[in-house]
Design a protein around this ligand. Structure first.
Ligand code: SAH
Ligand code: SF4
Ligand code: F3S
Length: 476
């Protein structure tokens, strides 16, 4: 695990983070809400939309459960463990609710969508259940709940993108921000609950994305990460005669054109959809970070077919070759699932060898967790014993540690342009920043008049498993 927040759509290190915006004038807001988020970066991004909607309804954010009138959990269903964590949190809220009868508790996000009103039966504490496409109705639902009724809205939409809502940046470092460019997913990977909890894929109006990124840059932000479950299938057409549709490659170019001082990242890329066009745009713009999160899931063609990933092992390898050919030095990371239905030792070895072939700088690694309602749950048997899943996962993790170490050692002695994001986690004497390849680098502040948000050249002098250590090079 990196020692600071990785810029990933699936960011395990932030699970359950509670947050509030920096400015929170109590004279403006009659009531207070507390929100905790779980799951992927899109869920964290949604919490910023929820905060904006709630501000409009007179609720200000607080970090303190004790002073809140409304407790919200923005939940994740991706693995069983994610749901269990949320249930445990809910139990912890029971005490607060018992001592303050008027306090409302709401479940938002993917678990709300998956369980719908069943949640109200299972968890008597919950007053509101609100799915990811229903956040505009929050003020009305709160009113209903205040009137003593249980309030539910889990309607999924084919159009909702919250394009016009200006997210309230929660707990932001003021330098890096996430911008949602699409919602939902049409891919139907057989293990995955997301298409059921987030609905059909839809792309957000390109102009509203550019406007949001421009506004962020004007307010001092230096990096935006464009978010979607499958960003490469972004496609926006106004339908107006004569207006050209916008593809992901075109969108990337438009965002990169805002300013050479605004870094652009994106996540997640599906191997089947990332195009040469995207790779070429990445090369053309220095400010588009040379980093691709390209989840493979498995290295076995047979398992990939059962997963409905629609590519083979060889096809994925060719994609890696293409990236390395067009963008030399590009950082590449992955998501990997150990122990999917029917996985043999041979299949598992294929995963290990594909990891080596790809030379991932970093990976998110999981063992398979069967999710109710998914194709895999309906069609296949979850037949790999837990201890086998865990052993295979451990082998995957060990190999990734070794690959990450090798990748960091290769960087030692080299100089990178780094965007300073703030103090290092361990010491206010050190800065922490990221290279274009998304590696965290820590270096001393001493003798240098830099600030957060500056670009500096840093030479790597040493590394730990997860972090580069370096020193500033003045004429880099
Ligand atoms: N849209 C992204 C990933 C979203 S979910 C993509 O397609 O790559 C993040 C990761 O969680 C997935 O890439 C997968 O590795 C993991 N995951 C999803 N469902 C899972 C399950 N049922 N069990 C274990 N891991 C799962
Ligand atoms: Fe899930 Fe597959 Fe969609 Fe990713 S692409 S969200 S893994 S269905
Ligand atoms: Fe994200 Fe979890 Fe939902 S990974 S899309 S919050 S199921």
């Amino acid at each position: 695990m990196l020692d600071v927040l990785p810029h990933k759509i699936h960011d395990e290190s932030r699970q359950g983070e509670a947050y509030a915006p920096f400015v929170n004038d109590p004279s403006v807001y009659r009531k207070k809400f507390y929100i905790e988020s779980y799951g992927c970066q899109m869920n964290f991004s949604d919490s910023e939309i929820v905060a904006s909607i709630l501000n409009g309804a007179g609720f200000g954010a607080t970090r303190n459960v004790e002073e809140a009138d409304l407790l919200l959990l923005n939940t994740c269903s991706i693995r069983e463990k994610a749901e269990q964590t949320v249930r445990n949190r809910l139990t912890a809220f029971r005490k607060a609710k018992e001592s303050r009868p008027g306090l409302l508790v709401g479940m938002l996000g993917c678990m709300a969508e998956r369980l719908k009103s069943k949640l109200l039966e299972e968890e008597k504490l919950v007053d509101m259940v609100v799915g990811p496409d229903a956040y505009r109705s929050l003020p009305a639902l709160i009113e209903e709940a205040e009137g003593g009724q249980k309030a539910v809205n889990v309607l999924l939409s084919r159009e909702e993108t919250y394009a016009d809502i200006s997210p309230v940046r929660l707990d932001s470092n003021g330098i890096t921000a996430f911008v949602s460019i699409m919602r939902g997913c049409n891919n139907m990977c057989t293990f995955c609950v997301v298409p059921f909890t987030r609905g059909r894929e839809r792309s957000r109006d390109a102009d509203s994305i550019i406007a949001e990124c421009t506004d962020l840059f004007n307010r001092g932000y230096k990096e935006v990460t464009l978010l979607g479950q499958n960003v490469d299938s972004y496609f926006f057409a106004t339908g107006n005669a004569g207006e050209q549709a916008v593809t992901f490659a075109m969108l990337l170019e438009k965002v990169a054109d805002i300013s050479p001082l605004l870094r652009v990242r994106f996540s997640t890329s599906h191997p089947k959809d990332i195009t040469d066009d995207v790779l070429h745009v990445m090369v053309r713009y220095d400010n588009i970070c040379k980093y691709i999160h390209l989840p493979v899931q498995s290295g076995s063609t047979r398992i990939l077919q059962l997963m409905n990933r629609t590519y083979t092992r060889e096809w994925y390898m060719a994609k890696i070759d293409r990236i390395r050919e067009i963008i030399p030095g590009c950082g590449i990371s992955s998501d990997i699932i150990a122990g999917f239905c029917t996985e043999t030792e041979e299949d598992h070895k294929d995963t290990l060898s594909l990891m080596e072939y790809s030379g991932y700088d970093m990976s998110y690694m999981f063992f398979y967790s069967e999710r109710p309602g998914t194709l895999a749950q309906r069609r296949y048997t979850d037949d790999i014993p837990e201890e086998v899943k865990k052993r295979r996962l451990q082998e995957i993790v060990s190999l990734q540690n070794e690959l990450s170490r090798q990748s960091n050692e290769k960087d030692t002695g080299r100089t990178f342009e780094v965007l300073i994001e703030g103090d290092s986690k361990k010491s206010t004497e050190d800065w922490m920043g990221r290279t274009s390849q998304n590696k965290v680098i820590v270096f001393s502040k001493k003798d240098h008049p830099f600030s957060k948000g500056d670009y500096v050249h840093v030479r790597v002098t040493d590394c730990t498993k997860a972090t580069l250590l370096g020193e500033v090079v003045m004429n880099g």
